[in-house]
Design a protein around this ligand. Structure first.
Ligand code: TRP
Length: 347
């Protein structure tokens, strides 16, 4: 893709910390595909963020490639966007360091994700977990991003990104464009099927009966929806306060079929929860099965995947380098010598 100066820019990414879930698909990926023709889209597999929580190296490598295949299978056409792996573009880590120096200890301490994650990983509250939002700000700001399509839980991260950018601009002069988070109208926050008060999350350890993975078999999907926790009223209508389980299922169904909540309530009036759960499961299977098939085919073509992420890294590096050079100039670093003029080692 040639980046087109007239189109606004979109940046987003997901951590390859596990298998992609229906939550990431509805909350993020399917939203990216809606924008891909009208935005310079820069989509990332954010592996640097992933190591803030311990993960076996072989698993991280496998997840990253699987995630790339799934991005493409979900309709992210690498011809239409810049698709890359974060660790391949060193400017992300480099800008993150500079931005660390423009981010306050206090504001990072107040981030809800940091508080949650440190409670869950009490034995590994590392500095990366703390500065995580700064690296995310670097991701976004490197590309003069206009919009960041993410799920609801990332809203605070985009807010702090704007705060950091504003502070830098005030101190060093106008440098960064301020990005806006865009959330999908429905299903910005898909909840666990087994506990509709908490997010459907791949990184939760233990019980996974409430989480639909993009790799799940049809049988698993049907079984998980059939067992979804609901309420005792047996009437399908949207009430996020009192009917969290049913409202979550309605959001999923609405996001996939395009039906409004009223329409769904009408269509399932007089029918039991069993019928509705099955209809949701079917809609999800109809959407996911072709994606799985395509992803599996892609995963057996490693050479193609390598070509995609290599081209992505080259394009992303060129764009990111421009911003990083500008930032380095603004903070007062001496311009980098051209590599050709560097003295040879040992002389
Ligand atoms: N923090 C995001 C998440 O957990 C992942 C992420 C990292 C991201 N960098 C980003 C999302 C930049 C959007 C833009 O889902």
């Amino acid at each position: 893709m040639e980046t087109n100066a007239k189109k606004p820019t979109l940046f987003s990414g997901i951590k390859p910390s596990g298998t992609l879930t229906l939550g990431s698909y509805l909350g993020a990926i399917s939203n990216w595909t809606r924008y891909i023709d009208d935005y310079n889209s820069i989509l990332c597999i954010v592996d640097l963020h992933t190591i803030t929580v311990r993960i076996p190296p072989a698993e991280l490598r496998r997840n990253s490639l699987t995630q790339l295949a799934y991005y493409i299978a979900c309709g992210i056409d690498p011809e239409k966007c810049v698709l890359f792996i974060q660790s391949h573009v060193p400017a992300h880590a480099e800008l993150a360091w500079v931005l660390d120096c423009y981010t306050m200890f206090g504001e990072l301490s107040r981030m809800t994700q940091f508080k949650d994650k440190s409670a869950k990983n009490a034995d590994n509250i590392n500095a990366g977990l703390f500065t995580y939002p700064v690296l995310m700000a670097a991701d976004i700001l490197l590309y003069n991003t206009d919009i960041v399509p993410v799920g609801d839980d990332q809203r605070q991260h985009v807010e702090i990104c704007r705060d950091i950018a504003t502070r830098f601009n005030n101190i060093c002069g106008e440098t960064f464009r301020l990005p806006t988070a865009v959330l999908p109208k429905v299903a910005a926050r898909v909840m666990s099927l087994s506990d509709p008060t908490s997010k459907m999350s791949k990184s939760e350890t233990g019980d996974q009966s409430g989480c639909i993975f993009l790799t799940d078999s049809k049988d698993d999907i049907v079984r998980k929806f059939r067992r979804a926790v609901t309420d005792s009223e047996a009437s399908v209508y949207y009430d996020e306060e009192n009917k969290k389980g049913i409202s979550n299922l309605m959001s999923i169904y609405s996001s996939i079929t395009g039906s409004s909540f009223d329409q769904i309530a009408n269509d399932f009036a007089g029918k039991g929860y069993g019928d509705f759960k099955l209809a949701v499961a079917e809609a999800v299977c109809d959407r996911l099965m072709p994606i799985q098939e395509k992803a599996n085919a892609l995963l057996s073509d490693k050479a193609y995947l390598e070509q995609v992420y290599s081209e992505g890294a080259a394009r992303a590096s060129a764009l990111a380098r421009r911003t990083l050079d500008k930032v380095y100039r603004k903070v007062g670093f001496v311009a980098k010598p051209r590599m050709g003029r560097m003295p040879e080692a040992g002389k």
